[in-house]
Write a protein that binds this ligand. Structure first.
Ligand code: HDD
Length: 682
């Protein structure tokens, strides 16, 4: 008999509740529950004597501490996560029988971990890198893990090359440098000698690799998966996550400075916004392709270095995910969560993409070393919300107390239970794809076009985005010591765009590529961030205020910003209150020494009276220069427009408060626009 249980958005939280422990207000004990009378001094033979072996409290405390760390993830070590739920818009029954995709309005609990790939667990977060976007859906049929990235393609086509790719991008083994960076010889040597990387490299050098926020990036399942419906009919699909507030990025100079100013920038942004109730939202999209159309395109649908352009296969939005709860404990939840693309539910199946096939081995294997044994599924964060029963037993850290005599199949002593479920009872049946072929180690010829989609990507970029790619190439290759590697890469990317590769060659002191320019006509507007949604919502604006400010003007602006869900932060010379000309007050949240212009999406210079010290004026000028250089919006109060006589109102993204009602609107529009690339020549 199958058990009856319901999953709703609270199911996971309720399950986790039984594992939470709050030590506040309690007496200190050992792990055996013994109350401890003293926790500052070890047990010694005399106050100046040796510590005694007998001190079980010291030994237990120290031993536990000595064993606190576990191996970091071999990739995606640096990450952060949050809880939430997924709500379905419309039934996907025509395509899949997955239960969590049937009832419109149904809510499934989720846990999402975002990450960088190359850096160690403590590395800076705004480095140039792919971002992981891994979602665990706790469904009534078991956990479904969508283990994706914020880039829709991958570097390689076959999982057997993954260790090589990662060895090449990680810090070089002889000196363990550079940390969390692809700008070094071994990575680019790998690229030049594995040219299937071309398409992904274009994304990696684009603004996508320096997201402004985990809340503002897309996610992709990358591989082609299958949906299978109740009748057993299959469709090829690709998964997309689309952030509701659009896709936005940092600029490179800013990203590098943030790495020093706030290495936790992305997790802080996620944590603080969830904390304030600005819940990140992403719509789940699927591209759906009938199996008969498998060979319709000039690329192979099994090739993970290819996208299905959205203009050809539209993305159908089927639901929305909301992240609304921060974790209680980073280690217990974020560090111990174990994702696996092989965690699927009935109605979702794999394809023969050779990258996906290899991943299906790697993920469980890595958890065994990382989490110390085969029982990691029992950790609270990994437990499905539905019951699980099988004949697996024992192993390190086993928590379940399996009662009874029988732990094998088939049996008669337990009535042959736990028994396999037939499909009607939810038993998973693999899609019966017909497979035949010779055993070969080879790449399919249909995987051999490395450059067409790299060209499509470049051709779809705005002028500003193209310039960023050229600058990124120049930076990354400029850091390579081997001139030969630099030359090889320039030669390779001549196949994408000769003019682009020629500009790079000039900057890094090598010969231009031997190719000739072939202009491409095809473009996919969905690939350019310049077409994304623009909104001031949740943007962080630094507001510099000194004593004697004009509260009438400033209060109105601050209220308008807050009404538009912009987040102003008051910056001043020292902590405490600043007083306006009419005696009202504002609290300083950050001082010039605790914050930096790179940490804001825009700047509002309020200033103060004429008495401000020279240091205040210098700091304002510094904030203005940096904000301007990073193409962000600058608003200046009417008082200070004369002090800062650098700008006219015609400057892109510079708004001067001559006329107040118009100022706030223009300022907000400018913040929504975010970057003012027309300053490009700057
Ligand atoms: Fe992977 C972690 C995403 C290819 C082997 N991978 C990992 C994570 C993400 C991805 C988001 C972090 C999960 C978390 O937050 O805990 N990986 C991808 C994507 C890929 C991909 C989108 C290509 C489409 N990965 C890939 C290949 C292999 C691996 C080809 C090996 C054959 N990935 C791993 C791993 C990790 C991992 C070694 C490290 C930690 C972990 O699994 O749990 O098994």
């Amino acid at each position: 008999m199958t058990e009856n249980f319901n999953v709703n958005e609270a199911s996971k939280d309720k399950q986790l509740e039984q594992y939470r422990a709050d030590d506040q207000g309690e007496k200190l004990t050992t792990n055996q529950g013994l109350r401890v009378s003293e926790d500052e001094h070890s047990l010694k033979a005399g106050v100046r004597g040796p510590t005694l072996m007998e001190d079980f409290h010291f030994r237990e405390k120290m031993t536990h501490f000595d064993h606190e760390r576990i191996p970091e993830r071999v990739v995606h070590a640096r990450g952060f996560a949050a809880h939430g739920h997924f709500e379905l818009y419309e039934s996907m029954a025509p395509f899949t029988k997955a239960k969590f995709l049937q009832e419109p309005g149904s809510k499934t609990p989720v846990f999402v971990r975002f990450s960088t790939v190359a850096g160690s667990r403590g590395s800076a977060e705004t480095v140039r890198d792919v971002r992981g976007f891994a979602t665990k859906f706790y469904t009534e049929e078991g956990n479904f893990d969508l283990v994706g990235n914020n880039i829709p393609v991958f570097f390689i086509q076959d999982a057997i090359k993954f260790p090589d790719l990662i060895h090449a991008v990680k810090p070089e083994p002889h000196n363990e440098m550079p940390q969390a960076a692809s700008a070094h010889d071994t990575f680019w040597d790998f690229v030049a000698n594995n040219q299937e990387t071309a398409h992904m490299i274009m994304w990696h050098l684009s603004d996508r690799a320096i997201p402004r926020s985990f809340r503002m990036m897309e996610g992709f399942g990358v591989h082609t998966f299958r949906f299978v419906n109740e009748e057993g009919r299959a469709h090829f699909i690709k998964f997309h996550w689309k952030p509701v507030i659009g896709v936005h990025s940092l600029v490179w100079d800013e990203a590098q400075k943030i790495s020093g100013n706030d290495p936790d920038f992305l997790r802080r942004d996620l944590w603080e916004n969830i904390d304030k109730g600005n819940f990140p939202e992403y719509e789940l999209g699927v591209q759906i392709l009938p199996e008969e159309e498998e060979f319709k395109f000039d690329f192979d649908v099994l090739d993970p270095t290819k996208i299905w352009p959205e203009e050809i296969v539209p993305v159908k939005l089927i639901g929305k995910m909301t992240l609304n709860r921060n974790v209680d404990n980073v280690f217990a939840e974020i560090e111990q969560v174990a994702f696996h693309p092989g965690h699927v539910v009935p109605g979702i199946d794999f394809t023969n993409d050779p990258l996906l096939q290899g991943r299906l081995f790697s993920y469980t294997d890595t958890q065994l070393i990382r989490l110390g044994g085969p029982n990691f599924h029992e950790l609270p964060i990994n437990r499905p919300v539905c019951p699980f029963h099988n004949n697996q037993r024992d192993g390190y850290g086993r928590q379940t107390i399996n009662v009874g005599q029988v732990s094998y199949h088939q049996n008669s002593l337990a009535g042959n239970t736990p028994s396999p479920a037939n499909p009607e009872e939810g038993g998973y049946v693999h899609y019966e794809e017909k497979v035949e072929g010779r055993k070969v180690r080879a790449r399919s010829e249909s995987f051999n076009d490395f450059f067409s989609q790299a060209k499509l990507f470049y051709n779809s970029m705005s002028e500003a985005e193209k310039k960023h790619i050229i600058d990124a190439f120049s930076f990354e290759l400029g850091k390579c010591k081997s001139k030969d590697v630099r030359q090889q890469v320039v030669e390779m990317f001549g196949n994408v765009d000769t003019e682009m590769a020629t500009s790079v060659a000039k900057k890094i002191g090598v010969k231009p590529p031997s190719s000739t320019q072939v202009n491409v006509t095809m473009s996919s507007p969905a690939l350019s961030q310049s077409n994304t949604k623009k909104s001031p919502e949740t943007r962080k604006v630094g507001v510099i205020v000194g004593n004697g400010y004009n509260s009438g003007e400033v209060d109105k602006v601050l209220n308008a910003l807050k009404a538009a869900k912009v987040q102003p932060e008051i910056i001043g010379e020292m902590q405490g209150m600043v007083e306006s000309v009419d005696g009202s007050k504002l609290e300083i949240e950050q001082t010039f020494s605790t914050t930096n212009p790179v940490l804001y999406d825009g700047l509002y210079v309020v200033g103060g009276d004429a008495e401000q010290p020279e240091m205040f004026r210098q700091q304002v000028l510094y904030f203005i220069e940096e904000t301007y250089k990073h193409y962000k919006t600058i608003g200046i109060s009417s008082n200070w427009a004369t002090v800062i006589d650098r700008f006219t109102n015609e400057e892109p993204g510079v708004v001067l408060a001559h006329d107040l009602p118009e100022f706030t609107n223009k300022f907000l529009d400018s913040i929504a626009e975010y970057r003012h690339w027309d300053r490009m020549g700057y």
